[in-house]
Design a protein around this ligand. Structure first.
Ligand SMILES: [Zn+2]
Length: 402
């Protein structure tokens, strides 16, 4: 009997909860729509985790939950390439063996928290096994952090047969991977030489497509063109490429995620903390120093390549989490990118590259309420990206330090 009386009562409470969902209002003066447009004096309404309206504010301002006039308001940034689980161990060095797993978990959570506070509401991790519990804990509201898409386990083994490559890709999918990461070249510290063949790349990217996964390829030199020709979704890094390689990506519609400064500067600044870990040698650091100006020069050529779709990605490793926005400054100041184009590369363009443009990356009705505010206007002074004073993700405010 009791059960029958409870059901309508519960339904009543559910309906009540929906009807009572609070509307949050944000007033803005200077807002970027995430697609390159500037919105003047708009009022953003949020219900639950979504933006429900973006309207011109006319007449006297209405009562707002958050009055962000005087700041620059824009969609939360998206970092297409980060490594949130990478951190320094208890003795301050990268890759320490004697670390408690509990400490490693806390460090990864701390990295996610710092990244969110610095204005990044979505990141793509390329990738580690520890990403999965971190991603799921954030999604379930257990710990705060940006939305994480992960590659879990990258494809690196050049000895795999075509069938083994297909199995590998299917396993990434079965393990709940969001994207396939492929290494077609070795690290730049090891000279960036080619690993996977044209055929292996094609099999990997074809199988990813068949599994509904995007394929993102770590590639230098001729591996860039090979990745574009193999129909892979996106190329990471792209150091030491030619203009022909860049044009090849543009003609195939391959997304390009180059790094201009943060990752190498961070390595050089923290050299003593990385030296000695596997793959981090004096020789490797000399290579990075050598490639740094070449990356800037390559980025300039990429910007001049007609039709090339450039997204924002930092390759943030230990020491760089929470400083992801520094890459904007390198791109604009050293690389000469237009500041608004730099913003768009981390908003609607990055969302498009992830097939998430119906959910994130722009300020419009129906989108996730991922909204940040900067003290200053990055189109006038790019260092404003360092002054994130407000962070909302999915309608929840994580930072308000106005
Ligand atoms: Zn990386």
């Amino acid at each position: 009997m009791l059960r029958f009386r409870l059901v309508p009562l519960l339904l009543f409470f559910c309906a009540f909860a929906v009807a009572q969902e609070r509307t949050i209002t944000i007033l803005t003066q200077n807002a970027f729509d995430g697609r390159g447009g500037v919105l003047r004096n708009v009022r953003i309404e949020i219900r639950g985790d979504k933006i429900v309206s973006v309207n011109k504010q006319t007449g006297a301002p209405t009562l707002a939950t958050y009055d962000l006039r005087g700041f620059t308001v824009l969609p939360g940034w998206i970092d297409s390439h980060a490594h949130p689980t990478w951190h320094f161990g208890p003795n301050g060095h990268f890759g320490e063996k004697d670390e408690l797993p509990e400490r490693a978990t806390l460090q990864a959570e701390g990295n996610a928290w710092r990244t969110l506070l610095s204005g990044f509401t979505t990141i793509q991790s390329l990738g580690s096994l520890e990403d999965v519990p971190l991603r799921d804990a954030i999604n379930h509201g257990v710990v705060p952090g940006p939305r994480i898409l992960t590659a879990i386990n990258p494809l690196t083994d050049e000895k795999l047969t075509q069938e083994q490559i297909r199995d590998f890709v299917r396993k990434v999918k079965a393990d709940s991977g969001d994207v396939l990461k492929i290494f077609a070249s070795r690290s730049i510290r090891q000279g960036g030489v080619r690993t996977l063949s044209d055929e292996q790349l094609k099999v990997a990217c074809d199988e990813a497509r068949a599994q509904g996964l995007r394929s993102v390829v770590h590639a230098y030199k001729d591996a860039v063109k090979a990745s574009a020709d193999a129909g892979c979704t996106e190329v990471e890094h792209g150091s030491l490429t030619t203009d022909d390689d860049l044009r090849e990506m543009a003609s195939h519609g391959t997304w390009f995620d180059p790094q201009v400064g943060l990752v190498i500067h961070n390595y050089l600044d923290n050299k003593e903390k990385f030296l000695g870990a596997p793959g981090y040698t004096e020789e490797g650091f000399a290579k990075m120093q050598e490639v740094l100006p070449l990356n800037v020069e390559m980025f300039k050529r990429a910007l001049r390549t007609p039709g090339l779709k450039i997204v924002f990605g930092t390759d943030a490793v230990a020491g760089a989490h929470g400083r992801n926005a520094e890459e904007f400054i390198y791109r604009v100041k050293d690389g000469g990118q237009d500041p608004m184009a730099a913003m768009v590369s981390a908003n609607s363009l990055a969302a498009q590259a992830m097939n998430l443009d119906k959910e994130i990356g722009s300020l419009s009705p129906g989108m996730q309420a991922d909204i940040i505010a900067l003290d200053g206007d990055p189109t006038k002074d790019i260092t404003a990206v360092r002054r994130v004073v407000f962070v909302m993700k999915g309608g929840i405010v994580y930072k308000d330090s106005r």
